[in-house]
Design a protein around this ligand. Structure first.
Ligand code: FES
Length: 172
């Protein structure tokens, strides 16, 4: 029998972990963004299909691939549901706390799972405008707190797991 104490996941997290929505790559994605680090496997790819409607950039489809934990899968899954049909301007306002709330809360040790998911969303939005060569007035020049947090998480993952993965690959 395992001596590990199970994390207090909400029923929503368990449900989305078992039956994630919008899972898999999107063939006709307009933009793909990733967040996380391949060093430990905590990675998410977010695919967005964006179309112009009435002068706004609307997310018409969103899917994800996750190589993270149950909380990361659930966060990415609910994020794809949240952004579907939103303009990029409105999707930009989603924070990792909004995602965590929609999941019925996250254990503090799992906050970074939501931070990475929202980090990928922000990168996708920035990536899209970079690709089309414009910057709308609502998109800040400077990185936002959520984006900085995603970067910090990635640096931490690299610091913790990078040397371990390197030494493992050297032993092969
Ligand atoms: Fe790293 Fe969840 S994505 S613990």
């Amino acid at each position: 029998m395992s001596s590990r104490i199970p994390l207090p996941y909400s029923p929503k997290i368990i449900e989305l972990f078992k039956h994630p929505k919008n899972l898999g790559p999107l063939e006709d994605a307009t933009i793909v963004a990733k967040a996380g680090s391949p060093a430990c496997g905590d990675m998410i790819h977010l695919y967005l299909k964006i179309e112009k409607k009435n002068g706004e950039d609307i997310i018409v489809k969103a899917t994800f691939e996750s190589y993270g934990c149950a909380a990361n899968i659930a966060a990415a899954s609910i994020l794809t549901e949240l952004v579907k049909g939103l303009s990029l301007k409105d999707a930009w306002k989603i924070s990792w706390k909004d995602v965590a709330d929609k999941l019925g809360g996250l254990p503090p040790i799992k906050y970074h799972c939501s931070i990475l998911a929202v980090g990928a969303l922000k990168r996708a939005i920035r990536g899209y405008y970079k690709k089309i060569g414009i910057r709308p007035e609502w998109l800040p020049d400077e990185l936002t707190v959520d984006e900085k947090q995603a970067l910090e998480e990635e640096e931490m993952i690299e610091k913790i797991y990078g040397p371990m993965m390197k030494s493992l690959s050297e032993k092969k």
